[in-house]
Write a protein that binds this ligand. Structure first.
Ligand SMILES: Nc1nc2c(ncn2[C@@H]2O[C@H](COP(=O)(O)OP(=O)(O)OP(=O)(O)O)[C@@H](O)[C@H]2O)c(=O)[nH]1
Ligand SMILES: [Mg+2]
Length: 265
């Protein structure tokens, strides 16, 4: 499924958490609920480690929605939103680390689902490329300890998936947490993803591909044809189209967002 087994990834993350003074949990701004890792948060609670939630990929969604998520999540944990890739909001991240660190110098681990941008954040904090990043989920296999500043040691970790989710391909695709080319059949998860994207952003497919349909399978066919994904005989390679859609989602080329639940809801 990924380059490292999830059992091994969890084992490594647990070891890192034990030696951390502060933990950054990274989530994806496009789907904060689905990329928030409750299993990790439970573990941190048990270990008694302070946590800051980092909403990453803030460049992909509107500022006013980011502010709503920050306010919502801050009922539970201190929260910042940043775009590690575009280096936006990252000064606030430094301020938060200093504020919530029990002492300086501080050891901060960066954890979360695969592909949320943990290694990109490590590189930002260091100020140069020291951790490998990739649009392929499950890229980081081992921990990497980086002295980012005189007072700051940051630790990159492999993405972790709760055990009860590892077999749910459709859910993991929505979370952007697995590599679609590894799936036996990417078509059913792609269909679920299409339906989720459409439910929040009806224009997403017209904007991205210039085609649309109410029927997700037909939409895959239209996208495949548009992209020239044809098989011998001229039929559309639906599997290829499914992988293309999932990749675009992972790459942030398909976007949706939603607002946090209201206080009464
Ligand atoms: N749009 C956008 N993309 C980002 C941002 N930060 C990271 N990415 C992209 O997200 C993908 C994953 O980034 P990584 O830093 O490798 O993610 P990771 O959490 O370390 O992933 P694993 O090692 O697989 O667990 C890459 O294609 C990054 O370029 C961001 O702020 N905005
Ligand atoms: Mg990584």
């Amino acid at each position: 499924m990924s380059r490292v087994s999830q059992a091994e990834a969890w084992r490594r993350v647990r070891n890192i958490l034990e030696m951390s003074d502060l933990v950054l949990e990274v989530i994806d701004a496009r789907d904060p609920m689905e990329t928030r890792n409750r299993k990790l948060e439970d573990l941190l609670g048990k270990l008694g480690k302070p946590l800051v939630i980092v909403i990453n990929k803030a460049d992909l969604i509107p500022l006013e929605v980011l502010k709503e998520w920050k306010e919502y999540l801050e009922r539970e944990y201190p929260t910042v939103f940043i775009s590690a890739k575009n280096r936006l909001g990252t000064r606030k991240l430094i301020v938060s680390i200093k504020k919530y660190a029990p002492r300086l110098p501080v050891r901060v681990s960066v954890v979360g689902y695969p592909n949320v941008g943990k290694s990109t954040i490590i590189n930002y904090l260091k100020g140069r490329h020291v951790a490998e990043t990739s649009p392929i989920p499950g890229w980081t296999i081992g921990e990497q300890i980086v002295k980012a500043k005189q007072w700051l040691i940051v630790i990159d970790t492999p993405g972790v998936i709760p055990a009860d989710e590892v077999k749910d391909d459709a859910l993991l695709i929505i979370k952007g947490a697995i590599d679609p080319s590894k799936l036996d059949d990417p078509i059913p998860p792609a269909i679920k993803l299409i339906m989720r994207i459409k439910s929040f952003n009806p224009k997403a497919f017209m904007d991205r591909y210039g085609v649309d349909s109410e029927d997700p399978l037909e939409l895959l066919e239209l996208i495949g044809r548009r992209r020239g994904l044809l098989m011998k005989g001229g039929n559309v390679n639906i599997r290829g189209a499914a992988i293309a859609v999932i990749r675009d989602w992972i790459l942030g080329k398909l976007i949706y967002y939603y607002r946090p639940p209201t206080r009464s809801g």
